[in-house]
Design a protein around this ligand. Structure first.
Ligand code: UDP
Length: 577
């Protein structure tokens, strides 16, 4: 019966087998026996009805109509909100945000309060980010006890252990981001923490918060000061290039740490009077002030294509409705504690992004690693940003601007409902549900095996599959053969134009990864989640070059991943197993 129900769900929304598996295992509501009590279509309706309920507070009786429009948007897989919204809307948990940044001041009370708050957020499926930069370094004086501080790294391990315990009960791992300022005396230990031991800090992404001044010092071969955040005294002078070298070596070894470009982030801070931004959410796409949350949602670009071109009008219409949806989410969200509600209501930040860029490019026959792709990616981001700001301005007329508006850098311009509108999330799971490529990432592979909760599923990129069948070169053994290596670029059995339009992440030179990220970032309010993939043979110098190029390209952060450098990689090619 269960199997039959799944087939029904698949047909209803034309979902892939992987999508149905994930939805069934983690997203659909269940009864006490663990049986799913809703179909995927009903899940979409539950979310739409719950989110639209707030429309009645603005205009009595309008919620039913909006529920219908939101539901069509979700059922059509044209737009999906982040996972916590899909999982929790209309349920007892009720927390819908993808991510939160929490404060960490230099006191035990602050640290343990935040640890407790983080547990609640993880339980609800949200991710948390923190700057550890204000904690006094290891070995520093503790007045209350006359003893010595154990330093940010010890607290970081504590947070990691707590995440481990909480995630066992949840449907989703509580992801974390730890940021440490490059001037913190413990920055070496931080930067190299994950490079040594394999399972160290497995719930954390690490980013070193770097400034323009530090990177200029790296280039000039100058010294760099390490400063105790408690006393503001310089405790050491080190070679900036050596420190940068240690960071790049660690990133080469394991992918961590990434860099956060704090000056670029703060140049775009919509609320500079409320403080300097020091941290982002776990995957880096949303820089936030402490206690702010962000509701993410992504437009499926693969569905914004008609007659061999981008359907710009549809993209405008979907963006407008998506902004309204995300603004409504802020109001129906159940925040686990008051500070979160206050900060989130004050700035009303949302993060509308995109997924399926690579699929769209492939469908249009444009290679991801081409000037044309870079131009189109930038144009799409600009179009979404423009439409999102227009939609938010319209909502401000109807509902008023965000409460901190007078305090923001928009104060002199047209009122706007949200201090931040766009962001590009990784869309790890929602892109799987929508059956398209993740965020603005290229295809990982044309055919591959994905391990979903312990099962190995063979997947062929649906766009490639369709095209191959249409053009008559699909054979059953082709997919299995491609899955050995992943890509088709060097595969003689595939027509040349198709080979060009279907590059995989590892076939694309790192510079192109960065160029696409930079082109999109230019037209995104918050930040962009993007990994620069490197081949297994890449060197530490390659990492250094990419990290410096990223700074010059004015992106807000950068992450590299060298193939095979982490154990338990989710996606692998059969030939490498
Ligand atoms: N996130 C998390 N745990 C996860 C995946 C994601 O806490 O296992 C958070 C994290 O803050 C990330 C954000 O959700 O930055 C968005 O991630 P993604 O777009 O991959 O989530 P999706 O909505 O697709 O599940």
């Amino acid at each position: 019966r269960a199997a039959k129900a799944l087939v029904g769900v698949r047909d209803e929304l034309k979902l892939s087998l992987a999508a149905v598996t994930v939805l069934n295992d983690r997203y659909l509501l269940r009864d006490e026996q663990g049986r799913a009590t809703e179909s995927t279509g009903e899940l979409m309706d539950r979310v739409a009805v719950h989110v639209a309920a707030t429309e009645d507070t603005h205009r009595a009786g309008s919620s039913a109509q909006w529920a219908e429009r939101f539901s069509a948007l979700l059922r059509g897989l044209e737009f999906l909100p982040n996972s916590p919204t899909l999982m929790n809307a209309g349920t007892r948990i009720g927390f819908l945000s993808g991510c939160v940044v929490l404060p960490l001041d230099d006191s035990l009370r602050s640290i343990f309060t935040t640890l407790g708050h983080a547990a609640e957020i993880h339980q609800a499926g949200g991710g948390t980010g923190y700057a550890f930069s204000h904690l006094r370094p290891a070995g520093d004086f503790v007045a209350g006890t006359g003893g010595m501080s154990s330093g940010p790294m010890s607290f970081l391990r504590l947070f990691d252990t707590a995440s481990d315990v909480v995630s066992m009960a949840g449907r989703r791992r509580g992801a974390n981001m730890a940021v440490l300022d490059v001037s913190h005396p413990d920055v070496y230990e931080f930067a190299t923490a994950k490079a040594g031991a394999r399972d160290e800090l497995s719930h954390f992404n690490l980013s070193v918060g770097v400034t323009d001044a530090f990177l200029r010092a790296v280039e000039r071969g100058a010294t760099h000061r390490l400063v105790n955040p408690r006393t503001h005294k310089t405790v050491a002078r080190v070679s900036a290039a050596d420190l940068f070298g240690a960071i790049c070596e660690a990133a080469h070894a394991c992918g961590d740490p990434g860099l956060l470009f704090l000056d670029a982030i703060n140049r775009a801070n919509p609320l500079p009077h409320r403080g300097r931004i020091e941290a982002t959410n776990p995957c880096g796409e949303v820089p936030l002030l402490p206690h702010e949350s962000c509701n993410l949602g992504s437009i499926n670009l693969a569905r914004m294509c008609a007659h061999g071109t981008v359907d710009w009008d549809r993209l405008t219409a979907v963006t407008t409705e998506a902004v309204r949806f995300l603004d409504d989410v802020i109001d129906v969200n159940v925040y686990p504690f008051g500070e979160l509600a206050d900060a989130s209501h004050a700035s009303r930040k949302v993060g509308l992004g995109m997924m399926g860029l690579a699929e769209l490019l492939a469908a249009l026959g444009i290679p991801y690693d081409s000037d044309e792709a870079v131009r189109l990616a930038g144009r799409i981001a600009a179009h979404i940003q423009r439409a999102a700001h227009a939609a938010s301005a319209e909502l401000a007329v109807e509902r008023g601007p965000f409460p901190a508006f007078a305090d923001s850098r928009f104060a002199a311009s047209q009122p706007i409902r949200n201090a931040q509108l766009t962001s590009v999330a990784p869309t790890g799971t929602i892109s799987l549900i929508a059956g398209t490529t993740a965020g603005i990432e290229p295809m990982f592979a044309i055919a591959y095996t994905r391990s979903v909760l312990g099962r190995h599923l063979l997947e062929v990129n649906p766009c490639f599959d369709r095209l191959a069948r249409d053009q008559g070169f699909y054979t059953d053994s082709l997919a299995t053969e491609i899955a050995q290596k992943g890509g088709v670029r060097a595969y003689p059995g595939v027509p040349a134009a198709v080979r060009a339009a279907f590059p995989t992440a590892l076939e694309i030179a790192p510079e192109w990864h960065l160029r696409i990220q930079a082109a999109v970032q230019r037209h995104v309010d918050a930040a962009v989640s993007k990994t620069v993939n490197l081949p297994a043979t890449a060197t530490v110098d390659d990492v250094r070059a990419i990290y410096l190029a990223a700074w010059k390209a004015k992106v807000k952060g950068v992450t590299v991943y060298r193939y095979g450098s982490r154990e338990g990689q989710v996606l692998t090619f059969a030939a490498d197993r």
